[in-house]
Design a protein around this ligand. Structure first.
Ligand SMILES: Cc1cc2nc3c(=O)[nH]c(=O)nc-3n(C[C@H](O)[C@H](O)[C@H](O)COP(=O)(O)OP(=O)(O)OC[C@H]3O[C@@H](n4cnc5c(N)ncnc54)[C@H](O)[C@@H]3O)c2cc1C
Length: 317
């Protein structure tokens, strides 16, 4: 056990605990270093106890979803990484308490599996998520989505847990959903309650496949990436413009830096070679930002979360 990590953090905890845990396999980039401690609680009570102990011991807590919007730097991460991938957090309930068209999805639910289940059940409202890899917690946190809508469109309410283990429910009306942002407090997302609509399973399946095909035709879904690396910036007239187009105009499609490269298919997808360096991805991101600023006069901000011992990410607005 890492000498700097007290056993009092995990003693008697109903959880799977791994010290010095490699995180590369938990992210879509497939690169990056280790977590000092990776904890996968088996119950909500164990999760609550863990976050309280981390707070008391002054340990940083990071929550890992499906790792599809995350770059873990080669230096790895300190503190405790929590992954909600045990059955208590991955099983959804259709029509909880008999509430028609609602779905209760704990944070560890695989959104694409849930989308398929909803389509089979004739529940409409999640097709915009076709082709977007995510856990329910990660999708809710980022208000994931795109051209066809966002997860926030389907959200009735969200429960968060703070560092004292207290749970608070936020109704949709109290959540400031906006472009790739939920406005939720920086607490752990525990579950999301979806409000869907009745639909015909055959028609829904067709819609889901069309949206997936649209994404597949325009994005390199099979590469090691985190989807779009940069947020679409706001222009002087208040509208958002495509960061991918700006990167393309800066002549960076296909540009390579070490083991990272800009996709030739979609310029906002920065990809990593298998067993590449996370720091190459971050350095390439900075090169892109400089070139876009120089050639297009626009600042572009990263959309992807970056974790590292020495890296302090900025809160997105
Ligand atoms: C091929 C590909 C295509 C993509 N296309 C799109 C797209 O079209 N639209 C889009 O919006 N995104 C897209 N993405 C990005 C990604 O799918 C979304 O951002 C998704 O919501 C990330 O969810 P996650 O569970 O993987 O989160 P992670 O990457 O694991 O985490 C992202 C952030 O959310 C936080 N987080 C995760 N779970 C919780 C929780 N339970 N409580 C609190 N915080 C939490 C993490 O701490 C981190 O800060 C794409 C990614 C890939 C790889």
């Amino acid at each position: 056990m890492n000498a700097s990590m007290p056993t009092s953090l995990t003693d008697g905890l109903d959880a799977i605990i791994e010290m010095d845990a490699p995180l590369a396999g938990h992210t879509w980039f497939g690169v990056g270093g280790n977590a000092d401690m990776l904890v996968r609680p088996k119950t909500e009570a164990a999760l609550k106890e863990l976050v309280r102990r981390c707070h008391n011991e002054n340990k940083t807590v990071r929550v890992l979803g499906s790792g599809a919007n995350l770059l873990v730097l080669d230096e790895g991460v300190d503190g405790v990484v929590i992954k909600l991938d045990q059955p208590a957090f991955t099983q959804w309930t259709l029509r909880p308490n008999g509430e028609s068209n609602k779905v209760l999805a704990p944070a560890g639910v695989d959104v694409l599996k849930l989308l398929n289940a909803c389509v089979r059940e004739g529940l409409d409202g999640l097709c915009q998520m076709a082709g977007i890899p995510a856990s329910m917690g990660g999708a809710t946190r980022m208000n994931a989505g795109g051209k066809f809508g966002c997860i926030g469109d389907a959200i009735h309410s969200v429960a968060t847990m703070n560092h004292r283990g207290e749970v608070r429910v936020h109704p949709h009306s109290a959540i400031q959903f906006s472009y790739r942002h939920s406005g939720l407090p920086q607490d752990l997302i525990l579950w999301t309650l979806l409000q869907l609509n009745p639909g015909d399973p055959g028609a829904l399946r067709q819609k889901m496949l069309e949206i997936y095909q649209f994404k597949k035709d325009s994005q390199p879904l099979a590469e090691h990436s985190a989807g779009c690396l940069f947020r679409n910036p706001v222009t002087s007239d208040g509208t958002r413009t495509s960061a991918g187009r700006l990167i393309d105009l800066a002549g960076m499609k296909g540009f390579t830096h070490g083991t990272a490269f800009v996709s030739a298919e979609h310029a906002n997808f920065v990809c990593a070679h298998k067993a590449g360096r996370a720091n190459d991805v971050l350095e390439l991101a900075r090169i892109i930002q400089d070139r876009v600023l120089q050639s297009q006069g626009v600042n572009i901000e990263m959309e992807v979360a970056v974790w590292g011992r020495s890296f302090q990410p900025k809160e997105k607005k």
